[in-house]
Design a protein. Structure first.
Length: 178
């Protein structure tokens, strides 16, 4: 049997503690327990914002790349030239690219991803009504298209000369030849 321990010494030989009472790991509090501080920080909003920003950036880069590719492709086609389309009222000009085709004059809006032209005018129904000098080497050409619609076009003088030559060189219709 073990010898009774005296009050100031520890029962365990390896523990040099002078107290025999068990220690309490929590300190007594005077009031209701305080809420614990959250040690784990949850930040879903900044992560979500970052993901959304990356997605928007990727979409913008893809659309920008498609637009640049479209503009370069349209601008380098044979028979294409810069041509702004005017409104019949007092609206702003719409920048674009026009292209001579065998039977039609095609016009694409500059700021667009549409694969098809915004306007297509038949070569036989196209007539130049007037030409007004717009300065800086440009002219405003008013054309009448089939259906008696007048279309103002802003283009360079060189493009105007090409347009009039293209219209004058329209082949005659086979069904109108005797």
């Amino acid at each position: 049997m073990a010898a009774p321990s005296s009050a100031g010494t520890s029962r365990a030989a390896s523990c040099p503690s002078t107290t025999t009472a068990p220690r309490s790991w929590s300190t007594p509090s005077a009031g209701p327990p305080r809420p614990r501080r959250r040690t784990e920080v949850v930040r879903p909003v900044p992560t979500l914002v970052l993901v959304a920003a990356v997605v928007v950036l990727v979409v913008a880069l893809v659309l920008g790349g498609l637009w640049v590719s479209r503009s370069r492709t349209l601008g380098h086609r044979v028979g294409s030239f810069r041509c702004a389309l005017g409104r019949t009222g007092s609206g702003p000009w719409s920048a674009g690219i026009a292209q001579y085709g065998a039977e039609h004059l095609y016009w694409w809006r500059h700021v667009s991803l549409a694969p098809r032209p915004g306007h297509r005018w038949d070569r036989r129904g196209l007539a130049v009504l007037e030409r007004v000098d717009a300065g800086e080497g440009n002219v405003v050409v008013t054309c009448r298209v089939a259906g008696n619609d007048d279309v103002p076009l802003l283009m360079s003088r060189e493009a105007y000369e090409g347009l009039t030559s293209w219209i004058e060189a329209t082949p005659s219709r086979i069904d109108s030849v005797i």
